[in-house]
Design a protein around this ligand. Structure first.
Ligand SMILES: C[S@@+](CC[C@H](N)C(=O)[O-])C[C@H]1O[C@@H](n2cnc3c(N)ncnc32)[C@H](O)[C@@H]1O
Length: 307
């Protein structure tokens, strides 16, 4: 791509921009980010090992632009390499894309701290660390169905010193039948990963219909299983790192149609990112927002039973 030349979208890119109802300027900026792969933006999440008042040993960027940023998260200044410091090796902080932190910021809408929490798709562990940065973990499960990814999950959980945390490897349908109930479930779902393109990571086929539909089907199954183990009054945070409507708003719309007593919650901290593609509160981040490669999140809540 040469500077100054208009971008000619492929059919799949054009279909994506159309389906998201992006204006010309937004489409252009999404396509540029996907082609250049330079929209990644790092954040560091303080782990439970970092004491109150901790500040990392490198310069951080002004974060007042991101009012939703959780208190124990910082954005390294340009040129800084947070993984080069001894504090990183000591597990004082975990490095995550800023858009993952944006998704986790939806937890600010929880009415109370969860007692039992389940991170259903946990490896390599970023969302569990982010949860621990916002709430005291009291009884947490970091679950990863793929055995090959459980090792890195265990390593990160141990390095970051997450308290009261067990690691499991059940499938979502096994959780659904387990009879366990959680006040908070994180479903950071496997997805087509379209935002990887904006981080400069090759992901061939991620815009293709078959890949998107396959992921959308899997996500619906995971969400339905997760709802089976959501306690009355409990929350489920659904997030993806992809842009497609089918895997984001439509996946949630399907769940809201299928499951009774479940609703999508307002997240005041993310109001500026409210999706126009859903009638319920759901939130969308795109590269032009300047907070990383982008993502989607929606906070669901099961109705409290009358007692
Ligand atoms: C987006 S990644 C999770 C990232 C993680 N939450 C973090 O913040 O570090 C999705 C995870 O879902 C797992 N996964 C893949 N297929 C799955 C399935 N059918 N059910 C549940 N999890 C699955 C993947 O192995 C992967 O670890």
């Amino acid at each position: 791509m040469l500077a100054g030349q208009p971008i000619v979208p492929t059919k799949a890119e054009w279909r994506l921009c159309e389906s998201l109802h992006l204006c010309e300027e937004e489409s252009e900026s999404l396509l540029v980010a996907m082609r250049r792969g330079n929209a990644a933006r790092q954040a560091v999440v303080f782990s439970p090992r970092a004491p109150q008042g901790y500040e990392p040993p490198f310069a951080c960027a002004e974060s007042s632009h991101f009012s939703w940023l959780p208190a124990r998260v910082r954005i390294p200044a340009e040129g800084e390499s947070p993984t080069q410091h001894a504090d990183y090796a000591a597990g004082m902080y975990y490095v995550l894309d800023l858009s993952s932190c944006w998704e986790g910021a939806a937890l600010s809408a929880l009415a109370e701290a969860p007692i039992r929490s389940l991170d259903m798709c946990a490896a390599p562990g970023g969302k569990s660390v982010l949860l621990a940065a916002q709430f005291e973990l009291r009884d947490h499960i970091a679950n990863e169905v793929h055995a090959a990814r459980r090792g890195i999950l265990r390593q990160n959980i141990e390095l970051c010193g997450l308290p009261n945390t067990r690691i499991t490897g059940l499938r979502p349908d096994q959780w659904g039948k387990s009879g366990d109930l959680f006040e908070l479930i994180l479903v950071d779902a496997p997805c087509s990963g379209q935002s990887l393109l904006c981080k400069g990571i090759k992901n061939p086929g991620c815009l293709g219909k078959a890949v998107v539909q396959g992921n959308a089907k899997r996500q619906r199954g995971i969400l339905l299983s997760a709802l089976h183990c959501l306690a009355p009054g409990g929350y489920l945070l659904y997030s993806t790192c992809t842009y497609s409507l089918e895997e984001d708003e439509r996946a949630v719309a399907y769940i809201l149609r299928r499951a009774s007593g479940v609703s999508a919650c307002d997240v005041p901290a993310l109001a500026a990112y409210r999706s126009k593609l859903a009638e319920f509160p759901a939130y969308r981040l795109l590269p032009h927002h300047g907070a990383g490669a982008g993502g989607f999140c929606c906070l669901l809540q099961r109705k409290k039973t009358n007692s």
